[in-house]
Design a protein around this ligand. Structure first.
Ligand code: NAD
Length: 483
């Protein structure tokens, strides 16, 4: 087992009722370093019973949720705690997820930003009194905590994706039950050790992980859980929606994407190439907002492809803890096999391999790859590849390019590169995606709402909208008898 230099990881267990629990009698799950395959840690495999205990702990806290000033203090303390231990958290993220350490540091700073931003929206949660008196009554509107929030997160940004949810839940006054991915639970466990040290009210945050299906069933059906916030694959999002539907839970779903990246003939080539490299290879291409389909105008296709090819050839893959590494390993053999099969499928259907290739499925580092001649029926065009592969198609006119870009059941992120303001406005309006970036490859920031159209999800995270996901409005007309 690798020695993890992480003092915050002294208790590797579930957390509820304000304490790490003794779960040593449970079966244990192994957590591996994706860069080497070495065992990092073993963690208890919790199930339905532990999930129920965690929900009950949260439900008990719901009877006396923190008031608005307390929530402000908690949010500030969490932000400060993340920044104070940025290095320790970043190292844990890199160890369990594989991403380069610089990206992991950026993830921790990004996570802290959600707590800073959520604090800004607390004032909007003060009760409001209607200035007029319809029906001769005084009308007040309260922003109540919606109930216990179940927060289920993926492995690709273990702390960033949780921060989006936890900041909104705490701002809204909701106690939560957190369930991280079993592939990357360590950074979340360490974060809980810090939350414990911050002295949060018992039951406000609770942690379970292990048998995802068994835990998920409890979180979807327990009457105390009123908000189910999930980030992960569209398939699991659909399953959780079905399980939660009979109980009318509020759903906040951040699901898969299939982002198009459109480069028109008038685009600044250097800007577009830089943006594509930064956007595509972050987290080794395992991000929901990374460009999956690149559409380029024929007039600039040649210089664009050769500039991208030179940059892809220069990328250095290696363990995220090593200096100078641009991309890390694939998260696991399943992730590797999916990327491998997408490249094989494209080549079998006539795509051209410009850089990289299929690699060796026994390896952990997929070679950064550039394919051209992509057609819509290839798997890499119709599904999220989730790996370091750039797949380029060439187009002759704007309408055809926009139509192809929008022809997907997903709708998370899209990118448009053009020097023409009118064209940018026209194209953005025709793309049914929750996040459409113009002349930048930037993903979301904590200050704005982010979420998907279509099969990419429901609800928003970040900004004031991300807080409102955890708030129920209660309207109270006051009759004359109460003073
Ligand atoms: P996943 O759906 O396999 O797992 C996500 C989480 O759901 C994990 O915690 C997992 O343990 C849990 N889970 C799995 N089966 C479950 C069940 N039956 N009941 C309850 N929980 C269950 O996704 P992943 O592989 O961890 O993450 C990658 C996916 O996440 C990609 O599709 C990516 O696009 C998506 N993603 C979306 C966003 C976004 O903001 N839209 C952000 C990051 C990742």
């Amino acid at each position: 087992m690798i020695a993890l230099a992480a003092p915050l990881l002294s208790s590797i267990s579930g957390y509820w009722a304000g304490a790490f629990q003794d779960l040593s009698a449970l079966p244990q799950l192994d957590v591996f370093d994706p860069a080497s395959g070495a065992l990092l840690a073993t963690v208890p495999q919790m199930g339905a019973l532990e999930a129920r205990l965690a929900v009950e702990s949260a439900a008990a806290r719901l009877r006396s949720p923190p008031n608005l000033p307390e929530r402000g203090r908690i949010l500030s303390n969490i932000e400060a705690g993340l920044l104070a231990e940025q290095e320790q958290f970043a190292e844990l993220i890199t160890r369990e997820n594989g991403k380069p350490l610089a990206e992991a540091r950026a993830e921790v700073a990004y996570a802290a930003g959600f707590f800073r931003d959520a604090r800004r929206h607390l004032d909007a949660l003060q009760p409001k009194t209607l200035p007029t008196r319809p029906r001769g009554l005084t009308w007040r509107v309260h922003h109540r905590p919606a109930g216990v929030a179940a927060l289920i997160t993926p492995w690709n940004f273990p702390m960033g994706m949780l921060a989006k949810k936890l900041a909104g839940a705490i701002a809204g006054g909701c106690p939560s039950v957190v369930k991280p991915s079993e592939i990357t639970p360590l950074s979340t466990i360490a974060w809980f050790a810090q939350l414990h040290a911050l002295g949060l009210p018992p039951g406000l945050v609770n942690l379970v992980f292990g048998d995802a299906a068994a835990i998920g069933k409890v979180l979807c059906s327990h009457p105390a859980v009123r908000v189910l916030s999930f980030t992960g694959s569209t398939a699991v999002g659909a399953l959780l929606s079905q399980q939660a539907a009979p109980h009318f839970k509020r759903l906040s779903l951040e699901l898969g994407g299939n982002a198009p990246f459109l480069v028109f003939e008038d685009a600044d080539l250097d800007t577009a190439v830089d943006a594509l490299m930064a956007n595509k290879f972050r987290n080794t291409g395992q991000t929901c907002v990374c460009a999956n389909r690149v559409y380029v105008a024929r007039a600039i296709a040649e210089p664009f492809v050769s500039a991208v090819a030179a940059r892809v050839r220069a990328l250095r893959a290696g363990p995220g803890m090593e200096a100078g590494v641009d991309i890390g390993p694939m998260i696991d053999a399943r992730g590797y096999a999916k990327v491998h099969s997408h490249v094989q499928d494209a080549l079998a259907m006539g795509a051209t391999l410009v850089v990289g290739g299929s690699g060796d499925p026994a390896q952990r580092f997929f070679p950064p790859t550039l394919l051209t001649g992509i057609t819509p029926t290839m798997a890499c065009a119709s599904e999220e590849t989730f790996g370091p592969v750039i797949a380029i198609s060439v187009f002759d006119d704007e309408d055809a390019m926009v139509q192809a870009a929008d022809d997907t059941p997903y709708g998370l992120a899209a990118y448009v590169f053009t020097a023409d303001r009118a064209r940018a406005d026209r194209v953005v309006a025709q793309l049914h995606f929750g996040h459409v970036a113009v002349n930048t490859g930037s993903g979301p920031t904590p200050e704005v709402p982010f979420g998907g159209f279509r099969c990419s999800g429901l609800g928003r995270e970040g900004g004031a909208e991300g807080v409102m996901e955890y708030v129920e409005l209660q309207t109270v007309p006051w009759g004359p008898a109460v003073g």
